[in-house]
Design a protein around this ligand. Structure first.
Ligand SMILES: [Zn+2]
Length: 237
C-alpha cells in the first residue's frame, strides 16, 4: 500500500552508505520522517530531489508492520533556486524551516501551516528584496495558526479597543492584552506599545505577499521581537 503526497523536504541525513532519512512537512500529517533506501545513488527514482528546501511529489509506502515510512520515488516540483542562490534569503528560509520542526510535530494537523510555509518560500524566491523581519512574521503567524492564537485587538478585562489604549500589557501565558486600568498581575505581562500590538494583530488577516510592503518603525519591530520571543519561549520549550 502506498500513497502520493507533495511535501516540503526540511532535512536529510545519511544513515548507511547509500541510504537517507528525509524529514519533511506533509500537507496534512505534520512533520514526518521517511527512509529513502538507495537514495544516494538512485537518479532514476529520486533524480536530485532529496535535499532540504525542495518541494517534492513522493510516492510513500510503509515498512512491514507499518513501523516507518519508505520513500519509493520522488519528482521535484520546485527547488526554490533563486532563494537558494542568495545567502541572506537562504538563511531566512532555514530559520523558518527550523521553526516549523519545533512547532509542528508528527501527526499534527498541518493543513494551515503547510500552505503558509510554501507561500513564504515562494515570495522569498520571486522577490529580490526580502525585509529582515520576514522570518519573525512567519514565526508569529505560524504560532498563531498552530494553536496559540492571541487576542491582540482588545483588553481582556474591559473590552476596550487596543486602538484606544495609550499602552497595552501582553500576557505571555494566555496571549491576552490588558489596558493599564485592568492590569492585575504585572509579573507575567510585557508592557507593549499599542502600534506593536496592532502590527501583530494585522498578521491574522494578511499574508506574506502583503508583508513585503510593510515598513514598520524600528521601535515597533523591537517590541514585536521582544514579545514574540517571550511567547515562543513560554509555549514552545
Ligand atoms: Zn481594560
Amino acid at each position: 500500500m502506498s500513497f502520493s503526497e507533495k511535501v516540503l523536504v526540511l532535512r536529510t541525513g545519511r544513515f548507511k552508505e547509500h541510504d537517507l532519512w528525509v524529514r519533511f512537512l506533509s500537507p496534512t500529517r505534520g512533520v514526518q520522517t521517511g527512509f529513502a533506501f538507495g537514495g544516494c545513488r538512485s537518479r532514476r527514482r529520486f533524480c536530485g530531489c532529496l535535499d532540504s528546501l525542495n518541494l517534492v511529489l513522493f510516492t510513500i509506502g510503509y515498512s512491514s508492520a507499518k513501523r516507518y515510512l519508505t520513500l519509493q520515488e520522488g519528482t521535484l516540483v520546485s527547488g526554490f533556486q533563486e532563494l537558494k542562490n542568495q545567502r541572506d534569503k537562504l538563511g531566512m528560509a532555514v530559520n523558518c524551516l527550523r521553526f516549523v520542526q519545533k512547532i509542528c510535530l508528527e501527526g499534527d494537523d498541518s493543513s494551515r501551516i503547510y500552505p503558509l510555509l510554501l507561500e513564504v518560500l515562494e515570495v522569498m524566491d520571486k522577490n529580490p528584496c526580502i525585509p529582515v523581519f520576514f522570518p519573525l512574521l512567519f514565526k508569529a503567524r505560524a504560532t498563531f495558526i498552530h494553536g496559540y492564537e492571541p487576542v491582540l485587538d482588545r483588553c481582556d478585562g474591559c473590552g476596550c479597543c487596543t486602538e484606544d489604549m495609550k499602552q497595552g500589557f501582553f500576557s505571555i501565558g494566555d496571549g491576552r492584552v490588558f489596558c493599564p486600568g485592568c492590569l492585575r498581575n504585572s509579573s507575567s505581562t510585557l508592557a507593549t506599545g499599542k502600534e506593536s500590538l496592532l502590527f501583530l494583530d494585522r498578521l491574522r488577516s494578511t499574508g506574506p505577499g502583503e508583508w513585503l510592503l510593510w515598513k514598520p518603525e524600528p521601535e515597533v519591530l523591537h517590541d514585536c521581537f521582544r514579545v514574540m520571543d517571550a511567547y515562543f519561549q513560554y509555549h514552545l520549550n
